[in-house]
Design a protein around this ligand. Sequence first.
Ligand SMILES: [Zn+2]
Length: 152
Amino acid sequence: MSEKKELQVAALENGTVIDHIPSDKVFTVVSLLDLQHMSTNITIGNNLESKKLGKKGIIKIADRFFTDEEISRLSVVAPNVKLNIIHNYEVVEKKEVVMPDELKGIVKCNNPKCITNNEPMQTWFHVTDKAQGILKCHYCEKEQRKDNIKLI
Ligand SMILES: [Zn+2]
C-alpha cells in the first residue's frame, strides 16, 4: 500500500471505508446507503487520483457496519467498489460488492404500464444474468440492462 493511499483511509477508529467508487457515482452511493440520514461522522472524498479509475471517490463512515444486503444495493451503480471494515484503526475485513439474485425497491421498472409505476408499491427484480447485468421485473417480466436503469 502506498503512503498516499494509507493517508486516505487513516484516522477512522471503527467503521467502514468504501473505496474505488467512480467519481460520478459517489452521491448515488450516499443515497443508496441512506448516509444523508445518519448522525455518525462521515467523510466524503471525491476526485481523488486512482491508477485504475482515473478519478475515484472514497467514503468513510464512523461506527457503522453494513449488512450484505445493504452492500449489494451498490452492485447496480458501482460494482467494483471495495469495502474495508475497520476496528481499532486496523482493517479487519475486506468486502467486495456482489450482484444479488434479487433487487427490491432500488431500480425503477422502465415499462410505463407496469403495476409498480402505477401503484404505490416496491419494485422487485430478478437478476437473470449477473455477468451481463440483466434484470427482469417480477411483475411485468420486462427485462432491462444494468447500464440503462433508473434508480428510485
Ligand atoms: Zn415491471
